[in-house]
Design a protein around this ligand. Structure first.
Ligand code: 4NP
Length: 152
């Protein structure tokens, strides 16, 4: 799960997907990162922590890190939040094969529409809650889709 700062959208996405992975007992791993390095080492934004807590997921222990080229070899799928993240990640891809691992997370819900999860950093709690609901729905769809890929 990749966004710009790794303190708002992607740590929320990591927490949401991890909870579903546990619920469905899937042998998957999930992590998150930011394309930028400004917040490396920081905890998620307090508003992201609060909204997630309200929805039953504790993300207070996560630490921001920057996306690196190694992530292409560690993961089968790389979900980004907006097209700016997409371009930043694609730029680091070692080959076409790795580029194909990258997609906007909302394409899980609205295929080919390239819709963004809006950056809530300068927004309100409502904006953070909106991020939660968008990512939650996208992760439900993602699980449904990829569960069959892995379970046969
Ligand atoms: P995120 O939100 O990409 O969802 O973590 C942001 C966090 C920090 C900044 C921008 C977006 N920033 O400019 O510092």
């Amino acid at each position: 799960m990749v966004c710009l700062g790794n303190i708002c959208r992607s740590p929320m996405a990591e927490g949401i997907l991890r909870q579903k992975i546990i619920l469905h007992r899937l042998p998957w791993r999930v992590d998150s990162a930011g394309t930028g390095g400004w917040h490396v080492g920081e905890s998620p934004d307090a508003r992201a922590i609060n909204v997630m807590k309200k929805m039953g997921v504790d993300i207070s222990g996560l630490t921001a890190r920057q996306f690196t080229v190694h992530d292409f070899f560690r993961f089968d799928h790389i979900f980004v939040m907006d097209s700016s993240n997409y371009l930043d990640v694609i730029r680091l891809a070692p080959s076409e094969q790795e580029k194909n691992k990258v997609d906007l997370i909302l394409n899980q819900l609205y295929e080919g529409k390239n819709m963004a999860v809006p950056d809530p950093y300068y927004g309100s709690m409502d904006d953070f809650m909106n991020v939660y609901h968008l990512i939650n729905k996208a992760c439900d769809r993602l699980i449904e889709k990829f569960m069959h890929e892995y379970m046969g």
